[in-house]
Design a protein around this ligand. Structure first.
Ligand code: BGC
Length: 692
């Protein structure tokens, strides 16, 4: 390979008309419009890299491929809420197959930042606040994608936990706490799934930009973890060619770096540095070798021979994720509705007669059949143009009427509370849809529902207390009307079959089984940073976020502080009941728990029993140690065994650069959520130093 050939592999260009000034001329015209392109080395049989977003389906940025649609999955949080790694694998494989059929061989999926702030506009793309759950779901999605010969990745390493001024955000964290939280999630996902690439984040971590962060990339990722794939930057995250010396292997969307920082760092400047001897030949080879290694390891070198797409099957998969990911938060018995009911049902708000909401930004998928509505939101900054409320064509009101043919379902848009309340008064039951759009590039200022929807729910529930609320949100929301309504269903952004899934849960055709992958605070004051970092500053203003909570993220923080959340991590109701019994613990290299789960109700359903550490060698420390999603018929019992990853019982010892389990008593609890334990036990563990 010549150096010119090496250089050509080290940066990607966006094959897009990204400034509306014309398509990038350096990319051949037959390359499909998408996020990124790297030419191959034809002489040596190295394929071009054709990259597309993302985890929730194959995107069509700026409609650059006119008319091209794809299966739009529910939000990442919905996938997290399924607690179903096998389903995540199927979803990853599905998106991989669609990417391949459209001519792509690299999927920019694997979004897995831990949810640290319930206002982060991108949480909907991610999985959860917990390292184990996040790693298992994201890891399986990557395995699925790579199983069809499409390269994939995990992103964004690390701590891109807020969107406000993300290019200027300095995330500060204790390095050991980082290893026990966000980095542990990445570590577990990487060792399980061997992703072809890892995408580094926009932000700084402890004063160094993530993509030029020597201790993160060379020290932890490639050093301690022995990662063999390549590190690609996020789009517009490379300020300088010297990031190559600090662990970055490939610059992404180089035009964006030129626009933001003045040059295409790994195009001209990197070659000049190499010519002057500032970039050693060995490092140049290493960068290229890592890319080639992954291409051959995943089998992406072979020409793809995609089978015809099973579009209907993919829609069914989107439906299944939506069904399993929906979380019934509250139910006083009003749900499920009787399918043969002749009731007058008022469906109010949320464009529930049009479709279901989706999140915006680089992950936004144009669904099969196209959007049913797209409403621009706008704002400031480079993401303002893509900040849109997209509605996918699966209208809950229409689907509910199909499942309840004898009911009289009427719709009011909820624009005026007085109109909505009037319809509510004339109805037997009210279902209010409350939506909160979220988008990459923006955070929400607080936990409220936008556009006066809190007041709408209040007015409607006052007019008719027989009210059910369906939330489509990418985050927890405050619920000032909580006690005035009879049931609350969190549907997240439920994907292109979402309306059907919502209707099925309401009408009892599906038994809800989703569990919260994030804590719903009772008040923002309970969270580590009641004030949004960077709130009220102009685009481009540097912001420092001190993650003083360290590894105590989400439910761990709530336990540490003794706060009672509105709804705990792991919470979710069912139309049946599960009892737990016979907890048995054993200790060896790690801790293993066995217990029996029985469906004591009258319906078949799925449960997610969860095992938590509650105390470690005398210190209160809450950690999800294991979980399993099991489907049981009425009266059926099953024995479940979960073994803890020993790192979840340990602290990271920075001096030793190893994990350390202190000798002592370890208490665990079996529970329905992080704050509803049913049984507890303890084991003694000996001192142990292990792993890295
Ligand atoms: C996002 C990435 C995405 C990339 C390419 C960036 O704005 O942060 O997640 O893969 O764009 O579209």
């Amino acid at each position: 390979m010549t150096d010119q050939e090496r250089y050509s592999l080290l940066y990607s260009l966006m094959p897009l008309d990204w400034t509306r000034g014309g398509r990038e001329e350096r990319v051949p015209a037959d390359v499909p419009a998408s996020a990124g392109y790297v030419p191959g080395v034809i002489r040596l049989g190295v394929p071009a890299l054709k990259m597309t977003d993302a985890s929730l389906g194959v995107t069509n940025p700026r409609g650059g491929r006119p008319g091209d649609t794809a299966t739009a999955l529910p939000a990442g949080l919905a996938l997290g809420a399924t607690f179903n790694p096998q389903l995540a694998r199927e979803a990853g494989a599905m998106v991989g197959r669609e990417a391949q059929a459209k001519g792509f061989n690299l999927l920019l999926g694997g979004g897995m930042n831990l949810v640290r702030d319930p206002r982060n506009g991108r949480n909907f793309e991610y999985i959860s606040e917990d390292p184990l759950l996040t790693a298992r779901i994201a890891g399986e999605a990557v395995i699925g994608t790579q199983s069809v010969g499409v390269l994939s990745m995990v992103k964004h390493l690390s701590l891109n936990a807020n969107e406000t001024n993300r290019h200027w955000l300095n995330a500060q964290i204790d390095p050991a706490a980082h290893r026990e939280s966000d980095l542990l999630a990445f570590q577990m996902a990487i060792e399980k799934s061997q992703p072809a690439s890892v995408m580094c984040a926009y932000n700084k971590i402890n004063d160094q930009y993530a993509c030029g962060n020597d201790s993160l990339l060379n020290g932890v990722l490639k050093g301690a973890w022995g990662y063999k794939g390549w590190v690609m930057s996020d789009w517009g995250a490379v300020q300088d060619w010297s990031y190559a010396l600090r662990g970055l292997d490939q610059e992404s969307g180089a035009q964006l770096d030129r626009m933001a920082w003045g040059n295409e760092a790994f195009n001209g400047p990197l070659q000049t540095a190499h010519g002057k001897g500032d970039l050693p030949q060995e490092r140049l080879s290493d960068m290229v070798r890592r890319i080639l290694r992954s291409i051959y390891a995943v089998g992406a070198d072979k020409p793809a021979q995609p089978a015809p797409l099973d579009v209907a099957g993919h829609h069914q998969l989107a439906l299944e994720v939506a069904r399993q990911g929906m979380v019934l938060l509250k139910n006083d018995g009003v749900l499920p509705l009787a399918a043969d009911s002749e009731a007058r049902i008022a469906v109010i708000g949320g464009l529930a007669d049009t479709g279901v909401l989706t999140g915006a930004g680089s992950s936004m998928v144009t669904p099969t059949g196209g959007f049913s509505a797209v409403i621009p939101v706008g704002g400031e900054g480079i993401m303002a143009g893509s900040r849109k409320q997209g509605y996918l064509p699966s209208a809950p009101k229409v689907e509910l009427q199909k499942l309840m043919p004898r009911a009289k379902v009427a719709y009011d848009p909820g624009a005026f509370a007085a109109d909505a309340a009037e319809l509510a008064r004339r109805s037997d039951l009210v279902i209010v849809f409350a939506n909160r759009f979220e988008s990459e590039g923006f955070d929400s200022p607080d936990l409220s529902l936008p556009y006066g929807q809190d007041a709408l729910i209040d007015a409607v529930a006052k007019a008719n207390p027989n009210t059910v609320v369906v939330l489509q949100t990418g985050n927890p929301v405050a619920m000032p009307w909580h006690d005035k309504v009879r049931a609350i269903l969190e549907a997240w952004y439920p994907g292109q079959a979402g309306g059907q899934a919502i209707a099925e849960v309401l009408a009892g055709k599906s038994n809800p089984s989703g569990r919260l992958p994030i804590t719903f605070p009772a008040d923002i004051a309970q969270t580590p940073r009641p004030e949004l970092p960077g709130f009220g500053t102009d685009f481009g203003t540097p912001v420092t976020v001190k993650y003083d909570e360290g590894a105590e993220v989400g439910y761990r923080w709530f336990a540490r502080q003794g706060h009672e959340p509105l709804y705990a991590f792991g919470h979710g109701l069912s139309y049946t009941r599960f009892d737990y019994g016979d907890l048995a613990l054993s200790a060896g290299e790690t801790l293993t728990a066995s217990f029996t789960v029985t469906n004591t109700g009258k319906r078949q359903g799925a449960d997610v029993p969860q095992l938590y550490l509650t105390e470690a060698a005398g210190e209160k420390r809450v950690r999800l140690l294991g979980f399993e999603r099991i489907e049981l018929k009425p009266g059926e019992s099953r024995r479940v065994t979960v073994s803890a990853d020993p790192r979840l019982l340990a602290r990271f010892d920075l001096a030793a650069q190893q994990w350390r389990i202190e000798s002592g008593t370890y208490r665990v609890a079996l529970g329905r959520s992080a704050s509803a334990f049913t049984q507890a036990g303890e084991v003694r563990l000996p001192e142990r130093l292990f792993g890295n």
